[in-house]
Ligand binder design. Structure first.
Ligand code: CP
Length: 315
């Protein structure tokens, strides 16, 4: 795989291969030495134009566990603040000879531009409201580990779908593996045209009890340019996932960060049905698997994952 820009671009067989590699790295992560030596000397640049805790830290750990050199560049404190353009920033960083550039941007389509401007493999770590493909892959990984095959499973994605790249990319990923996806939330945040993605659209939580998985989304205040909601209290009254609405057999997911007490009540965040911490943990091994794909795609001589060997373990 040359780049990972969108879930739309990849086939089921690509997904299965990545999930298989992630499982291999999951086994390595349980060992005292969690690194494989195969990407020594390779350079991964993490270029982040938007805030991130999970994605940035897990890409950094993923690159380091593959033994690559990892360079983190965030727009705050860089020459972006002096007005340097994305194109010039990419040209500058490309002079260091990166094998992969991981980019997060507030602008949809930025990763595609970077892929045109740099010889490096490019991974989309979230672009505007468009896509977050590695989040989708880690969501698949976590669900596969917990419930096995997704075919025929019902997954409700609840909340601010309009502003959510996670909703788009994870819904597409769930459906590629055969799940049925429902988007639910207020009409201002779940417009009917989202049904074009192949999902059902609902504006109440009636029927939520039939879902196998409830995937809550953050209200993205930073992307809201107008008043989408009468008040947070009214939103919570109608759409908050709490212990009254979540059935005992249902699993709960959220990409983080959470507005605690708004889209989720504190008890379900910290409760036994919550997969939120598993999602965070899976970020490392799934991003290792994605980096292997991209680093292998840019160099024909790179070892494939089945030939990767863990570092020797201490007795
Ligand atoms: N889920 C996610 O993308 O979280 P961060 O913004 O913290 O990376």
């Amino acid at each position: 795989m040359r780049h990972l820009l969108s879930i739309e671009d990849i086939e089921r067989e690509d997904i299965e291969r990545i999930l298989g590699s992630a499982a291999f790295f999951g086994d390595v992560a349980d060992r005292p030495i969690k690194k494989v030596p195969s990407f020594r000397g390779r350079l991964v640049i993490n270029l982040f134009y938007e805030a991130s805790t999970r994605t940035r830290s897990s890409f950094e750990l993923a690159g380091k566990r593959l033994s690559a050199d990892v360079l983190n560049v965030v727009s705050s404190g860089s020459s972006v603040e002096k007005g340097e353009s994305l194109r010039d920033t990419v040209a500058t960083l490309s002079a260091y000879g990166p094998d992969a550039i991981v980019i997060r941007s507030p602008h949809a389509g930025a990763p595609q531009l970077v892929a045109r401007w740099s010889p490096a493999g490019v991974v989309n770590a979230g672009d505007g409201k468009h896509q977050h493909p590695t989040q989708a892959l880690l969501d698949l990984y976590v669900l596969r580990q917990r419930i096995g095959e997704l075919a025929g499973r019902s997954i409700w994605i609840v909340g601010d779908v309009l502003h959510s790249r996670v909703a788009r990319s994870s819904a597409q990923a769930f459906m590629k593996l055969g799940a049925e996806v429902t988007f639910a939330g207020p009409p201002t945040l779940v417009p009917p045209e989202l049904a074009a993605l192949g999902c059902e659209v609902r504006h109440t939580l009636d029927g939520l009890g039939d879902a196998d998985v409830v995937y809550a989304l953050r209200l993205q205040h930073e992307r809201m340019r107008e008043a989408f909601l009468p008040s947070l209290a009214e939103y919570a009254a109608c759409y908050q996932i709490n212990s009254r609405r979540l059935k005992a057999r249902q699993l709960l997911m959220h990409p983080g960060p959470v507005n605690r007490g708004v889209e989720l009540s504190g008890d379900v965040i910290d409760g036994p049905q919550s997969l939120i911490t598993e999602q965070v943990r899976a970020g490392i091994v799934v991003r290792m698997a994605v980096l292997v794909e991209v680093l292998s795609g840019s160099h024909a001589d790179t070892p494939q994952v089945e030939r990767l060997t863990p570092e020797p373990q201490l007795a």
